[in-house]
Ligand binder design. Structure first.
Ligand SMILES: C[S@@+](CC[C@H](N)C(=O)[O-])C[C@H]1O[C@@H](n2cnc3c(N)ncnc32)[C@H](O)[C@@H]1O
Length: 187
């Protein structure tokens, strides 16, 4: 079933000052994103989290940003150049049915899916893809806005993630969001 997709212009609003106070990228992601790791940002939009993650991984790391909307990724690429982190950011346009990252299985240490799963028509398929793209023992931070996703809907997503092979490791507190930290098995 087709889902509402955040319009392109909303991408500009996602980087506002209030959000930086509520969901500051260093506070939200600092515990998980370390130097030299490979990170996947699904539904990255214009890079509210991707650009800070590119700073966190440093010159030896990589942040792969995937989004449905090429215009979001164009702005992200310009912002990355301005921030001096283009060398470690890759952008990929995907389809609503697939992340289109064939050949990159088991290559990411950490993935972020922030405020995107509720826009994805087939969550099971997307979570299955994410599971395959992550290395053994890797982590996915899944967060959804409280304003759009009820507790029951979020728990359905978490149950679906479990069915796809993820284990729940933690329920981190993120203001205005429902969040879960998921891990893949070590082997
Ligand atoms: C509400 S925005 C959140 C952006 C960003 N993660 C953040 O928190 O600032 C959702 C983004 O997910 C993208 N999106 C929607 N469906 C998608 C899908 N099936 N695969 C990848 N990206 C998708 C939209 O184009 C939009 O840029």
């Amino acid at each position: 079933m087709a889902k509402h997709v955040c319009p392109y212009w909303v991408g500009y609003l996602l980087s506002n000052r209030l959000r930086k106070l509520l969901q500051g990228p260093s506070r939200v992601l600092g515990p998980y994103v370390k130097p030299d790791v490979a990170v996947l940002d699904v539904g990255s939009a214009m890079g509210f989290f991707s650009i800070p993650m590119a700073r966190m991984v440093g010159p030896g790391g990589k942040v792969v940003c995937v989004d449905l909307q090429p215009k979001m990724l164009d702005v992200l690429a310009r912002r990355a150049a301005k921030a001096g982190v283009s060398d470690r950011i890759e952008t990929h346009v995907c389809s609503s049915a697939s992340l289109c990252l064939d050949g990159r299985e088991a290559s990411f240490d950490f993935a972020l899916a922030f405020a995107v799963l509720h826009e994805v028509p087939d969550q099971a398929r997307c979570l299955g893809e994410l599971h395959r793209l992550l290395k053994p023992g890797a982590t996915l931070l899944l967060a959804e806005p409280k304003s759009r996703v009820t507790t029951a809907e979020f728990e359905q997503t978490v149950a679906c993630a479990r069915e796809m092979g993820f284990a729940v490791s933690k329920r981190p507190y993120i203001r205005s969001a429902r969040a879960v930290l998921l891990t893949t098995a070590m082997t």
